[in-house]
Design a protein around this ligand. Sequence first.
Ligand code: CA
Ligand code: CA
Length: 511
Amino acid sequence: MTNTLNRRYSPRRFFSCRCAGIVLTAMIVTLGFLGSVQAAGTSKPNVLFIAIDDFNDWIGCLNSHPQVKTPHMDRLAKRGTLFTNAHCQAPLCNSSRTSLLTGLRPSTTGVYSLSPWFRTSKKLAKHVTLSQYFKQHGYRTLTTGKIWHGGYPPKPERAAEADEWGPRAGVGVRPKQKLITKPTPGGNHPLMDWGTFPHRDEDKGDWKVADWAVAKLQNPPKEPFFMQVGFFLPHVPCYATQKWFDMYPDDKLIMPPVKPNDRADVPEFAWYLHWKLPEPRLSWLQRERQWRPLVRSYLATVSFVDSQVGRVLDALEESGKADNTVIVLWSDHGWHLGEKGISGKNTLWERSARVPLMFAGPGTARAAKCNQPAELLDIYPTLIDLCGLPKRTGLEGHSLAPQLKQASTKRPWPAITTHNPGNHGVRSERYRYIRYADGSQELYDMQKDPNEWTNLASQDRYADIIREHARWLPKNDATPLPGSGARLLVRGENGGWIWEHELIDPKEKVE
Ligand SMILES: [Ca+2]
Ligand SMILES: [Ca+2]
């Protein structure tokens, strides 16, 4: 035995083993060094960041509408991880996007309404946004379509936010007159329109946005890229060509479940969050026989925008860069199509807050579904992690990298949605709790009551659950930034409530 040992570990053999070990160690160190050099250079994953506007959870992979057809987004979900319980931080374009792109809650930024541009705030003038952070770490930043809201950033400030700017968001070709002949409530807003409109798909704003992204992917920059592609549909006006409507025959259309008098157990204050809007309420849609056409048009434009996502995904595949590109797809908030008696957003219910959110590419498990609560706010720190950039302090979201590796990993935080100071929805795995600025509240058991038909907040036996959710409410509600206006709701000096700078008359009839 001893001999055998001695033979095996003779000084000569030991020496040669040691030599090999040293060579091996040196090789590992060298390779490691090369690896870190590469990580600092071209081998960093690219990012394809796809935003969709006003897109609720009617996406095939979430099974929220039995008829919706979104084959391209569904295939992306299969390539990566889908978050089935993801929520926006604000049910409105400007506030939601500002939150996601700054990594800060609306209750921190004071951006609650459709204005202002957040950089008008002294505190945020130098705040490093998501794309700026990537630029600081060697990325080429490209952006097209609707990423920020409306005309933001103002033209002179664009170069500071991204290196290359493609076409801005737009409806594209439009009919000479609105297709809906009866004026819509609240001033017959030109965007409040929908229907089959004969034109070429190529003439749509979203087609042009996809075109630009495809061209860039065919000829990508030398540096790793951070490419933002923002689609406008299914935001109103929901125009699509006949072929998209043919996917949803009118006589077979399944309408969303709506309960009569659903708002009987909802605080009156909830109306104040969407007090006067251009989006018609259900009563008008029913009276004018526009409910079905709106639902059908929404579905048709969802399928059209899905096809544009497909064009961009195909271009990424063809570029050969798909395996080294992190893809994230999200929507800025949901949209009601009759539920709770309204159309549009501006609510703290699931229909307004829940959004599609999925990641694919390096660092993400394939064909995975995560039902932990997630926030759009999490996108910023998640992308930092997936791309190996240095961690950033001061962000209010939490990286979803652990859930992307293992979808069942608990995320110990609920998802919080805020609409104007003091109004918050807290979504846990099971419940949605809502607290309004006047102190009124709602609680829904989302497992037993996914349509949020029964408000449990007044039942004593839920007091502990309410307390548990209420402790997550943001502690400070930032004062709205100067220049806030459209969709702003604040308390007046004399105790009344002020909607868009006008005192609400509580006696005014809501229908
Ligand atoms: Ca939006
Ligand atoms: Ca109800």
